[in-house]
Design a protein around this ligand. Structure first.
Ligand code: ZN
Length: 305
């Protein structure tokens, strides 16, 4: 009888150890959605460093478009994402439990136009592509038009997939575009157009992408969330041009020429979201009609991580 009991106890012990081990493994993995663009290099670099330096595992989940990525984030299939901040703000406004915890990058967008457009005023009557209405690319277009004394009613705006933009410009289907990189650099590299404005010429300290985490992940696994965000900011600080190019080559599969052009426009250090830059963004979002009621800094940004 004694023997049977100890065998049963051993079995229970083994079971609970297995359960415990499984739980622990699950705890260590952070599932993050991303698109293969230079704007998400900080999280890609962190994933490269994570296992050795942070003691957490980052499972990167690649998506082909913002709507697909957003669907995964909003339905809780991932713990977080590197995403256009305006899309995340819209989700928050619609009641999705997410928080922005860091910037994706600084600057890093350009307005590319055909060679016959040399001033903002030349955009009058032209067709211009953006990836999504809820984007800093849309805001940058509005800022550029304002420089030329124009409004959104003076141009025809079309939403196109980022990968289609360089060829649409080359074929004359559109006259200009603004989109996440390296697709602007690609248009320049193939000679389809030139840079009319860099983002910092239109909007100093512009926001574009943000690192967003779900409320569930932050509350249930606060220590992991903190370690993840710390590691993310350190990864961003470590991304000089050479390192950024190495990670971009591994995950984005772009040519040296395209990456050399693109990485001149972007930086990844000091990625915290300050109240000042967020309030400037929220004001633009309202002014240009992306949203009447963007979330407040207090509601949307978790600066404690
Ligand atoms: Zn971005």
């Amino acid at each position: 009888m004694k023997k049977i009991i100890s065998a049963a106890t051993a079995a229970v012990l083994a079971l609970s150890l297995t359960a415990c081990g499984a739980k622990q493994d699950k705890k260590k993995t952070v599932k993050i959605a991303y698109l293969p663009i230079t704007h998400s290099l900080a999280v890609l670099e962190e994933a490269e460093q994570a296992e050795s330096e942070l003691g957490i595992d980052i499972e990167l989940v690649k998506y082909g478009s913002w709507p697909e990525l957003l669907d995964a984030l909003n339905s809780g299939r991932v713990d977080g994402a590197s995403v256009l901040i305006e899309l995340a703000m819209k989700s928050k406004q619609e009641g999705i439990g997410i928080k922005a915890v860091a910037l994706g990058h600084h600057d890093g967008n350009v307005i590319v136009t055909s060679d016959e457009i040399n001033t903002a005023a030349d955009l009058k009557g032209k067709t211009f592509a953006i990836p999504h209405r809820q984007s800093s690319h849309h805001i940058l277009l509005r800022d550029a038009l304002a420089k030329g004394g124009l409004t959104i009613d003076d141009v025809s705006v079309t939403e196109l997939a980022p990968t289609e933009m360089p060829s649409a410009l080359a074929s004359g289907q559109i006259d200009g575009y603004c989109v996440a990189e390296p697709f602007g650099a690609m248009g320049v590299s193939v000679g389809a157009g030139h840079v009319l404005y860099t983002s910092e010429e239109l909007w100093e300290d512009s926001l574009c992408c943000g690192l967003v985490l779900t409320d569930k992940f932050i509350s249930e696994r606060h220590d992991d969330a903190k370690a993840f965000v710390d590691g993310y900011k350190k990864a961003g600080d470590s991304l000089d041009k050479q390192k950024a190019k190495e990670v971009a080559k591994k995950y984005l599969g772009q040519t040296d020429e395209v990456l050399d052009i693109s990485l001149e426009w972007i930086s990844y250090s000091d990625l915290e979201i300050t109240e000042e830059i967020y309030d400037t963004l929220a004001a633009k979002v309202k002014e240009y009609g992306l949203s009447d009621d963007p979330p407040s800094y207090e509601d949307f940004v978790d600066a404690s991580l």
